[in-house]
Design a protein around this ligand. Structure first.
Ligand code: HEM
Length: 448
């Protein structure tokens, strides 16, 4: 855009209250949802803030969000915005790959989560859920964050890396994964290569994971067997020139898929169970629906592939009020005009899923949990899985998994809070939302 054209345009309003040292980062880190709401209230559709030295424009409302999601990667770059993930995924993977190789890697990832694998995943998940609750007995208490973390780690590794890996998985794998996760936090957006113990641990974990996965890949190559899981799709996928992914890329793609799918599914599962315990009236509706669906003894792996409308609406409402991924970002690679404003090259644009989901224009009485509410017709108002070309590739997998989990749980148990409802708030940290730790619920075998 020419300088003359740029001069004609307005600049997005700057959010008040930036500190000299850290811009808006300190306020953002304290409670980023509250900060985003304040930024939206001050600026409207566009509000610029200083995110650790990075000029970032919050785009709010369905019109602006549509532009965010529909603008091509060459203009709003996802890869440039998420460079913080490069040391986690590894060199040459997704955000560090050339655009063409990245496109192929994303396609291979989508292939791994396609319908033909989904049937296998449904049986794996159903089996994992049965194992998970096999020692629960008739009643007891469960800390649901830890429980869902473990369950979804088992389903993710089983579906991605296969049965043998899942059943020979040691504590080492959990601990490496934890070190990788700890290596991504708000401060990483300032510089993910800083000399910090968490970043050193992240790098050691990445290296060790590559050793473990390379061993698994070598065993599979030697066996010549078929596995029907994601690793098989990753190993057989090819670039345009017919070459396969390297071991570094395979490791990176597995980490990337686990990062995208694990904490999101685990948070959504815990959030759903908590809302069930908080709302016995809606739990009764879900139980009636599931009892009817399963009355003829249908397998969970089959039924959870079909529609379960009340449960799905309930999950949708959980994802509205407690979206596991809250803030999405892109780096601006070319000047863009939006509604008479300049979105300037070099800045970052951001969308807040949570802020979008509490917009009273589309969600009346937005803070009320109401699983009967209708999804707004306006596209890009309800966006738990994002939108456009980077919309969640694991959307179907995530919903299938939640349907399988709650089919098993609700047909067997009733759940209730062990303390006052006010004790069960959300924790908003590291740009995610999930129930506050510990989140203990009581369960009792159903007698109705
Ligand atoms: C309730 C659970 C989940 C939620 C709320 C969720 C949400 C999202 C969102 C908002 C994005 C868009 C990111 C962006 O635009 O920057 C995304 C992307 C993605 N998700 Fe999910 N996700 C969930 C589960 C999963 C699962 C289970 C998997 C895989 C097994 C997965 C794989 C992916 C992948 C691969 C992408 C990147 C797509 C791309 O960039 O082309 N997600 N997810």
């Amino acid at each position: 855009m020419s300088e003359a054209a740029k001069a004609e345009l307005k600049r997005p309003p700057i959010v008040s209250g930036a500190s000299k040292e850290g811009g808006h980062m300190p306020e953002f880190e304290k409670d980023y949802c509250a900060f985003i709401s304040r930024a939206h209230a001050e600026g409207g559709e566009l509000a610029e803030f200083d995110f650790g030295g990075q000029e970032t424009i919050l785009m709010s409302g369905p019109d602006a969000q549509e532009v965010f999601f529909r603008t091509p990667d060459e203009v709003f770059s996802q890869a440039q915005a998420y460079q913080v993930m490069v040391p986690v995924f590894g060199p040459g993977v997704i955000f560090d790959a050339t655009p063409e190789r990245c496109k192929t890697q994303l396609k291979i990832q989508v292939d791994a989560l396609r319908y033909q694998n989904m049937k296998n995943y449904a049986s794996v998940i159903a089996q994992e859920v049965e194992d998970w609750i096999s020692d629960w007995g008739d009643e007891g208490e469960v800390e649901i964050l830890h429980a869902f973390h473990e369950l979804t780690m088992h389903t993710a590794t089983h579906c991605l890396l296969g049965k043998e890996f899942r059943h020979s998985m040691t504590e080492e794998f959990f601990s490496l994964y934890k070190d990788l996760q700890a290596g991504v936090q708000a401060i990483s957006f300032v510089d993910p290569y800083m000399q910090q113990p968490v970043f050193a641990a992240r790098d050691r974990a990445r290296e060790r994971l590559e050793e473990i996965i390379s061993e698994l890949v070598a065993t599979r190559r030697a066996s010549g067997k078929e596995y029907g899981d994601a690793l098989e799709t990753f190993m057989t996928g090819t670039y345009k020139d017919g070459s396969h992914l390297t071991d570094t890329e395979l490791t990176g793609l597995i980490i990337a898929t686990m990062f995208a799918g694990h904490h999101t599914s685990s948070g959504a599962g815990a959030g759903t169970l908590l809302e069930i315990a908080k709302h016995p009236e809606y739990a009764a509706e879900l139980k009636a629906e599931l009892d009817e669906i399963y009355k003829d003894g249908e397998e969970i792996s089959h039924a959870s592939m079909r529609a379960i409308p009340k449960l799905e609406s309930f999950i949708n409402e959980v994802l509205r009020l407690h979206p596991p991924l809250v803030i999405l970002m892109r780096r601006v690679m070319e000047d863009v005009e939006y509604n008479g404003y300049l979105i300037e090259k070099g800045k970052t644009v951001a969308v807040s899923i949570y802020e979008s989901h509490i917009n009273p224009e589309y969600f009346p009485d937005p803070h009320k949990f109401d699983p009967h509410r209708q999804e707004p017709e306006r596209m890009f108002a309800y966006i738990p899985f994002g939108g456009g070309r980077h919309k969640c590739a694991g959307n179907a997998f995530a919903i299938l998994q939640l349907k399988a989990i709650f089919s098993a749980l609700l047909r067997r148990y009733d759940f209730e809070l062990v303390g006052p409802a006010e004790d069960y708030e959300d924790e908003r940290a590291n740009m995610t939302i999930r129930p506050k730790d510990p989140c203990i619920l009581r369960y009792k075998r159903r007698t109705d």
